[in-house]
Structure formats: structure tokens, C-alpha cells
Design a protein. Sequence first.
Length: 538
Amino acid sequence: MAPKKKAGKGPKEPEVKKKKGGKKDPSPANKPMETPISEEIREFYHIQIRDLEDRLARYQQKWDELAVQEKLFRQEFEQLANNKKEIVAFLKHTLNQRVDEITDLNEQLQSLQLAKEMEKDAFEAQLAQVRHEFQETKDQLTTENIILGGKLAALEEFRLQKEELMEKFMLLEDQLRKQENEYKDYVHNLEKKSVLDKDRLKKEIIQRVNMVATEFRKVATSQMWDTTKRAIMENNTVTLQLAKISRQGMQLLQENEQLRGNQDNLCKQLELLENSQKVMARHSRGHQKIILMLTEKCREQQQGRAEAKQLRLLLSQLEQSLMQLQKDHQALRSQREQLNLQLERQQAEGQRLQQELAEQQKVRASLETALAQATSFLQDIVQMQPDEEDGDFDVVFQLQRNKMLKHLLVMLSSAMALSRQMAVSPRRESQSCGPPKDRRCSTQPLKTGPLLQQLSSVTPYQLGGLGLVPRRIHIPPNPEDLRLLSHTTRVGNLWAHSSPEVRVPGALGTAGWQPALSADHGSATLQLCGPGEVARPL
């Protein structure tokens, strides 16, 4: 709305000035001297008013653009704040999940540790019991092995003695059989011989008796006495032979009885040996059973040792799994610490962004107040008019106007310095994050710097400049535009672009104040100079 008011006031101002000029003609002699000056001043003020209207339109357009950008930035900031809240909520949710997982894993680890300790104690007790039983069985088996070794040695000796006795027994049996056979043969021979001898003796006796009878008969007749003597002698020899044969028969009977007694003794020894063999067989069976029992116990002990080895392997595996669980627990703990650190950093970053947001809001409020004051100052400056009596050469009006312009420049320069400081501070903070945190800073979606960067890109106040519009590249004046200006304005523009200081010609010094117009079409600025002052380009 401000540009329309100014546009409406623009064409009315020359009429007022014309009226004032018409009222200030007391003498006709001064008219030819004042009319060209008033026309130049009027033309200059027309140009100044147009320039100010253009500037006001540009400022209004810039203000609208800044308002739109501010709305966009506010929407973007709200969206980023919502995103940040969602990210923080998601991170808190993930952190709670991780904490729950870590607590579950800690509980599982504690339960596994308790189970491992209980199993370890049980296995150690079982292993100690197995070792104790194994030692007892080992001692018992060693003693039994020693006893059995002694028994085996005794059995070996007995076996050797038995073999020797059996060999002797076999030899004796063979000898007995031979003796029996020999005895039977001898007895048979003797019986046969005795029978034969008896038959032979009977035959001889019969023959001799017959011979004796014949001889006796022969001699009986001749010599009865000789025959009786011979018969008696022969009878004596026969009786002697019969006694000898009877003695030999008695000896043979005695030898037979002795052999029968020896046979009975050998039979008794054989029975004793058979009984001892049966006893040894029983003992050997018992020893075999004991050996089988010992072998079974040895197998059981070997199985126990194998089970103990398996338990040791299982215990080592459980220890390895426990170590792995401890490593996983440490890794989860480090991950939790990293997540806590990341959460703390994000919270610190959120606090920092909230502080920056508050500071930006403060800066924005201060800039809005400064812009509002500047617009009010500009409106006051535009609406200010000199007194009708003094006309366009009111010194008090010009001083007030200069004071208001200086106050406006100071206010705008302070606002720009504050905005630049606020724009530089987040850059320093972002640079102080360091190279390892650049990735984290870059991943954050919050972008609060574009407005401050745009404001910081605006150059601060310089001597002779209002500082409202950013300085552009210095463009030389267009000759076609300079044709529309007066000779004095064109000379001032040329001096402004040729040297940093422009002196107002002395012919115009009587006017009291001289204008100096900048030819920069992007930011046309105005500085009023006194009679002896220097006009500097803005």
C-alpha cells in the first residue's frame, strides 16, 4: 500500500512547489535569476521522487519476497522440526528396543552363567566322584591283579607240577601196563610152564615110576634093596624140586600181590590227581569268571573315561560359548554406549538447533521491527515537507531530514551487523563440529542457514549508503538514460563514476543543498550535500 500513496503524492508535489514558487516572487527583478534554478531543482526533485518511488516499489517487492521466503523457511523449519521429532522418537524407540534386547541378553547371560556354574559344579562333583571311584576301582583292581598274579603264578607252578605229575603218571601207567602185561605173560608162562612141568613131571614120574617099576620088577627079582634106595633118592629129589617150585610159586604170588598193591596205590594217586584236576578246573573257571568281571569293569572304566572326556569337551564348548556370549555382551554394551553417545549428541544438536531457532526468531523479530521502523522512517521522510515561507531551502527541514536518515542508517546498519553476527555464529559452530562429525551434521535435515546466509550476503552500511539494498556490480551509467537528466545531474553522475568524491560546482552553491544522484539503476541512492561538502557516491 505504501507505493500507491507515494505514487499519488509524486505528481502533487511539483504543483505545491510551483505554488510556493509563485508565492515567493516579491520582485520582478529576481524572476529571471530564480526561474532556471527552480526548474532544475524541480526537475531534480521529480527525478528524486521517481527514484524513491522505484526504490519503494523494489523494497516492497523485496519485502514480499522476504515474507514468502520467511513463510517457506518457517514451513521448512516446522517440517524439519517434525522430522527431527520423528527421528528422535524413532531413535528413542530403537534405543528402548536395544535396551530391552540388552536386558534380555543380560538375563539370558546370567541364567546361562548360573546354569553353567551349576552344571560346572555338578560336572566337577561328578568328575571328582568318578575319579574317586576310578581310583578305588583302580586300587582294588591292582590289588586283585596282584593277587591274581600270585594265583596265576601258583597256578602256573601247579600246572607245571601237574604236567610233570601227569607225565610221571602216564609213564607209570605205561610202566604198569607193561608190567601187568609182562606179569600176565610171565604168570601165563609160569602157569603154562608149571602145567607143562607138571605134565612133564607126571610123565617123567610115570615114566620113572614105570621105569622104576620095571627096574624094580627087574631088580626085585635081582636086587630089591638097590631099587628101594634109588626110589627113595628119586623121591627125595622130586620132593625137593616140588618144594622149590612151590617156593617159586609163593614168590610169584608175593610179587603179584606187591604189583597189585602198587596198582592200588597208583589208582589212588590217579584218583587224587583227578580230584585235584577237577579242583583246579573249578579254580580256573572261577579265575576266568573273575577275569571276565575285571574285563567288564575295565570296559566300564574305559567308558567312564570316554564319558569324562566327552564331559570335558562339553565343558570346554560351554566355556567357549560363554566366552562368545561375553564378547557379544561386550559388543552390545559398546553398541549401547555408542547409541547413548549418539543420542546425547542428537539431543545436544536438538538443543543447539532450538537455541539457533530462538536466536533466529529473535533476529527475525529485530529485523522485522527494524524494517517496520525503517518503513515508518521512510514514510515520515517522504511525507516531510518544508515550510511554505522558506520554500525548498529550509535548513531546519534539511537538518531534520539528514538526522532521520542518519538515524535510519544507524538502525539498519546495527540490524545488519546483528544479522551478520548471527549468520556467522552457526558457521563457526558447524566448523567447530570437526571432520569426524561432518557426516552427522550433513545427515541432519535441518537447514536454518539460508535466510541468515542471504542476510549475511548483504553488505553492511558504508559511508553514504542506506544499506537497504545489496550492492551489485558497479555498472556504468547508460548514455540514453543520462539524456533524460539535467546537465548538472549528468555532470554529477560522471564525476561520481570517475572519482570517489564529487565536488558540487560553485554556481549551485547558493542553492544551499546540492543533489548527487547515483547512476546505479539497481539501487538508486541520494545524498544531500551542503555548500562546502563533498558528495560521495553510495
